[in-house]
Design a protein around this ligand. Structure first.
Ligand code: FAD
Ligand code: SF4
Length: 512
């Protein structure tokens, strides 16, 4: 049966069963489209990385003998809309069957399902064969449970996969989680080994997206220094570099921040994982193998920290997303309505930690987890930014941003929109935490130790004001008790001044 099969830009899984043998009856369709470049304002490196990776993947399939129809953005046949492109191709085939892999984003899932329901040709729907769990495993796991703690989901995943489990079914090392050992700041030692950088052909794509008026943000890569793997072989190089050189310190410095080191000991694997160029299994198994080979050099605590991110958090947020869509994007527990400050788009702020996290973001389409959570996310929450405004910024700006993973992280973990389903308390902090985990304060115009006065770090007044204003919502939460006990120790007149300073910063954040 003459079949057209769709491969989306984040479905670059060369090991998919679809692709094991070329089939003369099957044509694969891939397309660059305005539908995808325009649903958020994306970082220019994100658009580049997707288009380069898609083109390379299509070339590889062609070399293997598969039939491919690939529309570049400037292809005259390209209707720039997924459904219109598919309809046009099916007519011109004509094809008797259409196949697609389950999309990971809700909007695409709905778009394809609705269209397929109206068709009379045969429809094949396939799994992407990438994740360790199905879309519904999260809901099954938490059925009848009152809380949705990631830790218990993670333990179930350890048992299910057997990763880091002893033959008698116990966690390796006797405990499930070594997070307590993973809280060090980084002072320049140990040195961070130089990792691979790539040199994909980007000139033609850059001018193509410019000529087409695609709106982007951020900076193009420095010449010959693209940080993002855009083929499976490059992804495997990154993985090898990570397990050999970075993993021995991964967990220990996972929460550290440094203005001159945007990557620290992080893996840079999220883009190749999210586009499915590599699988979660091979990534986790490479890390575990490194520990088994050299347990003295690659300690269990470091490996466990990494495995938890992949089989724990990554699978958890995906399941959480499918369990809460649609509707999750409309939640707004604190009823925050403020606009996102202009400096999120320019990095022009006097707050040094914010400046460097935003600079990393605009330069590389990347900031590591703690910069996303405790700097830009924390600040947006303390400023009362509307969740949709900050969510659409995160969706565009990061190389790895696909809604299934970005939305639960941004709205649930970072902005607490669900009032405590994904996170048990809001991730907020004053300058104290940022000073302890980062190295920006010494070069900052503000003083992290001061609460009031023109030199006081803005995070301090914002933090205390947030606690005061949201006490009716947060005051009864067990995990907030210590924070409120500290607030209650501050003299009342100072409390009032802190609230006023916090309000003043919220009024005009771009002055700070
Ligand atoms: C506000 C906010 C928004 C985020 N948006 C995204 C996003 O759009 N896409 C995305 O992939 N991650 C997102 N994350 C999670 C995390 O920050 C990134 O996965 C990580 O920074 C990617 O860099 P890395 O590959 O060097 O990660 P490493 O630190 O090396 O971690 C290894 C891998 O673990 C996985 N991982 C780690 N933490 C998480 C997490 N919380 N959720 C899911 N997977 C995780 C990623 O696949 C990552 O590649 C977000 C976090 C926050 C706080
Ligand atoms: S003083 Fe405050 S704003 Fe400045 S770097 Fe430190 S935490 Fe950030």
């Amino acid at each position: 049966m003459k079949t057209l099969r769709l491969i989306l830009g984040d479905q670059l899984n060369a090991n998919h069963t679809w692709l094991q043998q070329p089939d003369p009856e099957v044509t694969y369709f891939m397309c660059e489209m305005r539908q995808e470049t325009d649903y958020a304002v994306h970082h220019v490196q994100k658009v580049l990385a997707f288009f380069v990776a898609m083109r390379r993947f299509a070339d590889q399939l062609t070399q293997q003998g598969h039939q491919i129809t690939y529309y570049r953005l400037d292809d005259p046949l390209n209707r720039q809309d997924l459904i219109q492109n598919i309809e046009q191709l099916i007519e011109s085939g004509p094809y008797e069957a259409f196949g697609y892999q389950q999309p990971d984003e809700y909007r695409l899932d709905v778009q394809l399902k609705e269209w397929c329901a109206r068709q009379s040709i045969t429809i094949e729907q396939e799994d992407t064969q990438h994740f360790l769990t199905t879309r519904t495993d999260w809901s099954t796991h938490f059925k009848d449970k009152k809380t949705y703690t990631m830790e218990f989901f993670y333990r179930a995943m350890r048992k299910k996969t057997g990763y880091l489990m002893t033959p008698t079914g116990q966690p390796e090392g006797g405990i499930w989680n070594f997070d307590g050992e993973n809280r060090k700041s980084w002072n320049g030692n140990p040195a961070i080994p130089e990792g691979p950088v790539f040199q994909p052909e980007i000139e033609q794509i850059l001018s193509m997206i410019k000529d087409h008026g695609v709106k982007t943000m951020g900076h193009p890569p420095q010449l010959g220094r693209f940080l993002w793997a855009t083929s499976r072989s490059e992804a495997l190089l990154l993985l090898d570099h990570f397990v050999t050189h970075l993993l021995p310190n991964f967990g220990r410095y996972q929460d550290a921040m440094h203005p001159e080191e945007p990557l620290l000991f992080h893996s840079r694997l999220s883009f190749c994982l999210n586009t499915k160029m590599i699988s979660p299994q091979e990534v986790v198994e490479a890390a575990i193998q490194a520990w088994k080979n050299e347990p003295q050099r690659v300690e269990l605590a470091q490996v466990e920290g990494f495995v938890r991110q992949i089989i724990g958090w990554r699978e958890y947020v995906r399941g959480f997303y499918w369990a809460h869509m649609p509707g999750y994007s409309d939640l707004n527990y604190f009823d925050h309505q403020n606009p996102l400050p202009d400096f999120y788009w320019t990095a022009k702020t006097q707050m040094a930690c914010v400046q460097s996290s935003l600079q990393h973001t605009l330069d590389n389409a990347y900031a590591h987890h703690i910069e996303r959570l405790m700097v830009t996310g924390n600040l947006a929450l303390l400023l009362g930014v509307a969740p949709k405004a900050i969510e659409s910024w995160y969706l565009g700006v990061y190389i790895d941003a696909l809604e299934w993973v970005e939305m639960p992280n941004t709205l649930g973990m970072s902005q607490f929109v669900d009032g405590g389903k994904l996170a048990t308390k809001p991730y907020i902090s004053s300058a104290n935490y940022l000073h302890k985990m980062g190295k920006s304060c010494s070069g900052c115009r503000y003083n992290p130790k001061e609460r009031l006065g023109p030199d006081a770090c803005p995070f301090n007044a914002l933090y205390w004001r947030f606690l005061a204003v949201h006490r009716p919502l947060l005051g009864q939460k067990e995990r907030m008790r210590m924070m409120y006990a500290l607030w209650d120790k501050i003299p009342q007149d100072e409390q009032q001044l802190l609230i006023e300073r916090g309000e003043a910063i919220i009024e005009q954040p771009d002055l700070y």
